[in-house]
Design a protein around this ligand. Structure first.
Ligand SMILES: C[C@@]1(CC(=O)O)C2=NC(=C\c3[nH]c(c(CCC(=O)O)c3CC(=O)O)Cc3[nH]c(c(CC(=O)O)c3CCC(=O)O)/C=C3\N/C(=C\2)[C@@H](CCC(=O)O)[C@]3(C)CC(=O)O)/[C@H]1CCC(=O)O
Ligand SMILES: NC(=O)c1ccc[n+]([C@@H]2O[C@H](COP(=O)([O-])OP(=O)(O)OC[C@H]3O[C@@H](n4cnc5c(N)ncnc54)[C@H](O)[C@@H]3O)[C@@H](O)[C@H]2O)c1
Length: 218
């Protein structure tokens, strides 16, 4: 399948790749996910479920968007605190199709596999990017384990093979990040925005990045 990019929109790209993904899955039963950074501005996110997994994913999401609606009959007290802290929207109710009709991104984290199947069937022909906590094969995207330090984001994924390893490896990488990284990146950002675009700026920034990395202790 040819992918033609006209006015780059990551969501469109993901939908096109998803078609490839489904075809490939039929052939080789193998899924691969493209790491990509989505612009969440004006995107509606709905999370169905309010247990441990939903809370973990919501904590991941709030670092990038607060436009989150949570629908569940019961939620954990810790999630209640997160909802208050970040001013998220909570609807105390069971799943209903009406809650997802205008959604761009949907996370289904209910402890009911039958319901996950039902929601998959109700969404598969719609332009909704979905993540199902128990059905990797239904996911349009999966969540990585990540570290965020201001503008630096480091993601770890195992493509679903070993989420526990992704989590531990993230902690291992975390220890390698220098303490002054935030300061260094701010300096780089300032330089980049104050100098005119072009070869001179590129050379300077490349050199500074190389020096910074080569001065790190192993
Ligand atoms: C990275 C992270 C992000 C996040 O969720 O925010 C994440 N899982 C995390 C932790 C974790 N998950 C599980 C354990 C227990 C040990 C184990 O089973 O390994 C632990 C470790 C723990 O809890 O300590 C169990 C589990 N996970 C999935 C299933 C379903 C299945 O396999 O069918 C089951 C079995 C349920 C069961 O058996 O009942 C599925 C997925 N989990 C993913 C992501 C996606 C693949 C990511 C990748 O591999 O790259 C994928 C495919 C879909 C998705 O969820 O997006 C987060 C770490 C965040 C952090 O702290 O840094
Ligand atoms: N993807 C992952 O990383 C991962 C990790 C561990 C477990 N899981 C799976 O995720 C699922 C959820 O696990 P958990 O630990 O969060 O469970 P949990 O019991 O803590 O929470 C389940 C939530 O689903 C809600 N729910 C139930 N029926 C609902 C309905 N009809 N509409 C809306 N919400 C409804 C409940 O109110 C509750 O808030 C389990 O099936 C588990 O196997 C996934």
């Amino acid at each position: 399948m040819k992918i033609i990019l006209v006015g780059f929109n990551p969501l469109n790209l993901l939908f096109k790749l998803n078609k490839v993904k489904l075809k490939e899955k039929l052939k080789a039963n193998k899924v691969s996910y493209l790491p990509i950074f989505l612009n969440l501005k004006d995107k509606k996110i709905v999370v169905i479920g309010g247990g441990e997994v939903a809370h973990r994913k919501i904590l991941s999401l709030v670092k990038f968007s607060k436009e989150i609606l949570i629908v569940a009959p019961q939620i954990k007290p810790e999630l209640k605190n997160t909802i208050n802290k970040y001013n998220l929207t909570y609807l105390q109710d069971g799943y209903n199709k009406k809650y997802i009709l205008k959604t761009d991104i949907l996370i289904v984290a209910v402890d009911d596999l039958q319901l996950q199947e039902t929601i998959y069937k109700e969404t598969k022909d719609k332009n909704i990017m979905c993540n199902f906590s128990d059905f990797e094969e239904y996911c349009d995207f999966i969540l990585p384990s990540y570290i965020k330090r201001d503008d630096l984001v480091v993601c770890v994924s195992t493509m679903g093979s070993a989420p526990a390893f992704a989590k531990e490896f993230k902690s291992y990488i975390q220890k390698l990040i220098p303490n002054d990284i935030d300061y260094f990146l701010k300096q780089m950002k300032e330089l980049r925005s104050s100098l005119p675009k072009g070869k001179k700026r590129m050379d300077l920034l490349r050199k500074k990045a190389q020096n910074y990395i080569s001065n790190l202790k192993n």
